[in-house]
Design a protein around this ligand. Structure first.
Ligand code: LMR
Length: 396
């Protein structure tokens, strides 16, 4: 059986971390995978997560199965975070939420659901997008297309081109939008542009699927949701894939959610029944621990306030590193303008480094950056910044 098996290429992002872990250089720097590092270069467990775990250890009474779509209380808290506490979608009815293993799990459940119920529908991805979007939706069997998004000549979204490209999409297809902190570019549409997108998608009968993995890491918990909220005000139907990997630091607890907004409660009930089948035939029901942590924190006013502070600390550190990087690069290489890095948001920026430059940084300096030139700003620290900027100056 296994004689004919050929070796698959390493994953574009996680494969680099495998290589990083195997690198013996004590000064190595990992700016590849989207994992937050504090000023000491470690990925801490949030204080509010530790406190929630302490409480759960004392109160947990069973390890019995969760419902296929998870606890309704968790779903409601997810919707409150996405749409805002007082939004009419929070109570349920038109919107259903399934607790999934991470944001990737939510994307895959959405992909499988679409393939099973709408096999003729294509999914449209931004150019560029997170490398695994292609992998997930290909594995789900969907047709994949791309729409214009980032313009490297201005290091920003080319909204006119994006809009024109979305206008060509046939009714019944699905468009994947990054809710905030676009991965890999760090460049997002403005709220006014989100409103225009909502009008266009509603008018053309195209369903948005929002990948919402970085809420809180751009400009704030509510500010980062402004795009998806603007969309929800315009369209009747919407998918939202939430991840708590980054804003709760729950990377290895695989904690996410798929929310589906429908036109009415009858549609929502039917969709929920189909989502359940998709989940049952994938992983049966979700892993409990991460969602129990999120529920404990979001449901307690004191813990929630502390969590918001912890998210703000992460966000401020990332934005501080953006500033420091630009200043250091300006001092070392004044003819090369990296100013755009300060305008971008979230963990990532498209540095403009070529594949060759990225390869040289890896082999000569043990600096790991995704081949596309995407850098994880959250991996920069005051201690590694000099070495990083000097190495980048050498390859430019
Ligand atoms: C990333 O883009 O680095 C993160 O979303 C982690 C991952 O799974 O790729």
């Amino acid at each position: 059986m296994f004689e004919q098996v050929t070796t698959a290429p390493p994953d574009a992002i996680l494969g680099l971390t495998e290589a990083f872990n195997a690198d013996v250089n004590p000064n190595k720097i990992n700016l590849s995978v989207g994992v937050y590092k504090d000023a000491n270069g470690t990925t801490p467990v949030l204080g509010t997560v530790k406190e929630a775990e302490r409480r759960l250890l004392e109160t947990e009474k069973t390890k019995s199965y969760k419902p296929m779509t998870g606890d309704p209380a968790y779903g409601k808290l997810v919707r409150a975070l996405v749409f805002g506490d007082s939004h009419d979608l929070v109570a349920g009815g038109r919107a259903i939420t399934a607790h999934t293993p991470g944001g990737t799990g939510a994307l895959r459940v959405a992909g499988d659901y679409l393939h099973r119920l709408h096999p003729e529908a294509s999914i449209w991805l931004s150019d560029p997008t997170w490398a695994n979007h292609n992998g997930i939706f290909t594995a789900a069997g969907l047709n994949i297309n791309k729409y214009a998004y980032f313009d490297a000549s201005i290091n920003a979204v080319n909204f006119d081109k994006m809009f024109d490209s979305l206008k060509q999409i046939p009714a019944g297809d699905v468009v994947l939008l990054h809710g905030c902190c676009h991965n890999p570019t760090g460049a997002d549409p403005t709220v006014a542009q989100w409103e225009q997108l909502g009008d266009l998608l509603a008018e053309r009968g195209i369903t948005p699927l929002v990948d919402f993995a970085y809420q809180g890491l751009g400009d704030g918990i509510d500010a980062d949701a402004a795009g998806v909220r603007a969309l929800a005000a315009k369209v009747d139907e919407l998918f939202v894939c939430t991840s708590f990997s980054k804003n709760f630091g729950l990377y290895n607890e695989r904690t996410g959610a798929l929310t589906v907004v429908c036109k009415n409660t009858d549609h929502a009930a039917a969709v929920a029944s189909q989502v359940k089948i998709t989940i049952r035939t994938n992983y049966s029901n979700p892993p409990a621990h991460g969602a129990a942590i999120v529920t404990t924190v979001l449901d307690d006013a004191d813990l929630r306030a502390k969590w918001e502070e912890e998210v703000a600390d992460m966000r401020h550190r990332i934005n501080g590193m953006r500033q420091l990087f630009v200043e250091k690069m300006h001092a070392l290489k004044p003819d090369h303008d990296f100013g755009f890095i300060v305008d971008q948001r979230g963990m990532f920026s498209f540095s403009g480094l070529t594949r060759e430059q990225v390869e040289t940084l890896k082999t000569k300096d043990s600096i790991y950056i995704v081949g596309s030139g995407r850098i994880n700003v959250a991996g920069m620290t005051e201690s590694n910044m000099d070495a990083l900027c000097e190495a980048i100056t050498r390859v430019l």
